[in-house]
Design a protein around this ligand. Structure first.
Ligand code: NAP
Length: 304
């Protein structure tokens, strides 16, 4: 049975000149998990030592908790400020453009302020990857492009990405941008496979965008499936997991990574042992037949 290619441990982050590890680590749940700066420092070092260099945060992370807007960036900033060497080991990705209760604001004035505020909270002079968190329908893509190009020209941002954009929204923004987008961040997992068939992954491959997968374990539902569909997907993954002596969650991450778009799952766990375990996904080998069997379970119907 033909095996799919082995996953490289690191890859270019689009055309940014930066490299990313095969998996990233996300800090959406960082503040909720109640970790202080000392614990975040330990966790960040464990993540790095495991081989994950891409750290994904956002200015909105923490908004619903006691720390409020900016809390996740701020705690990471404390950690980075305490050790300049740490900052250089990380490809630092953040996002902005969500402004409760608007809910979105990508006007020139607000985005410039938001980028400066992220830099202050992160206690750094540059963001490696700045991503538009969700599209603001009320900002013309030409206006957004100008703001983003200026942010790169100023040196505050090294490269640009989008998240939760449709294919045509990506096209429209790229049309006006002087710089090439280097990344797109859709929600994609075995429980959310829309972008496998709606053109997003094809567009990313065509344009050389790195695909960063948010909620690659369906927010944890792959580990604890609830409804019949989730249970069927879990059973399909278990066949491969049991055959290869890996966990279902590692199988789920590696299924994403086997796609030729070179998907980089953003691991969302804040537990060191789970982040370390996720790295095993790099060495899982899929055959075409195994991969498609999971895909059929994920779509809930046979392929034509
Ligand atoms: P996920 O990996 O799908 O889910 C992580 C959750 O699953 C955590 O609550 C984790 O709990 C739980 N979990 C249960 N069993 C697990 C196991 N065996 N292994 C690992 N995790 C297990 O990812 P996510 O947190 O939903 O999202 C990942 C990242 O994507 C975020 O941190 C953020 O950077 C990004 N994101 C982006 C957007 C966007 O709009 N761009 C939206 C959402 C997320 P424990 O922590 O207890 O392990």
């Amino acid at each position: 049975m033909s095996a799919l290619p082995v996953i490289p441990a690191s890859r270019p982050l689009g055309q940014s000149g930066l490299k990313t590890s095969a998996l990233g680590w996300g800090m959406w749940r960082l503040v909720d998990s109640g970790l202080d700066a000392a614990a975040v420092d330990r966790l960040a070092r464990t993540v790095l030592d495991a081989g994950i260099t891409l750290f994904d945060t956002a200015d909105i992370y923490g908004f619903d908790g006691s720390g409020g807007f900016g809390a996740a960036e701020a705690v990471l900033g404390e950690v980075l400020a305490a050790d300049a060497g740490l900052r250089d080991r990380i490809v630092l990705a953040t996002k902005g453009g969500i402004r409760p209760p608007a809910p979105y604001d990508q006007s020139v004035k607000y985005l410039n302020e938001a980028i400066d505020a992220s830099l202050r909270r992160l206690q750094t002079d540059r963001i490696d990857l700045w991503q538009v968190h969700r599209p603001d329908i009320l900002t013309h893509p030409q206006e957004l492009a100008r703001t983003l190009d200026d942010a790169v020209a100023s040196g505050k941002v090294r490269s640009l990405g989008v998240s939760n954009f449709t294919c045509s929204q990506i096209d429209a923004l790229q049309h006006f941008l002087g710089h090439k987008l280097v990344a797109t961040q859709p929600e994609v997992s075995v429980l959310r496979t829309d972008c496998v068939e709606n053109g997003e992954l094809d567009q990313a491959m065509k344009g050389g965008l790195t695909v960063l997968a948010w909620s690659p374990l369906g927010g944890g539902r792959i580990a604890a499936p609830e409804n019949p569909h989730e249970k069927a997907v879990a059973a399909a993954l278990d066949l491969v997991a049991n055959a290869q002596g890996i966990s279902r969650t590692v199988a789920a991450l590696s299924w994403l990574m086997a796609h030729p778009a070179g998907i980089v799952p953003i691991v969302g766990s804040q537990k060191p042992e789970r982040v370390v375990e996720a790295m095993a996904a790099q060495s899982v080998q899929w055959t075409r037949q195994q991969w498609y069997a999971v895909f059929v379970a994920a779509r809930g119907e046979a392929l034509p």
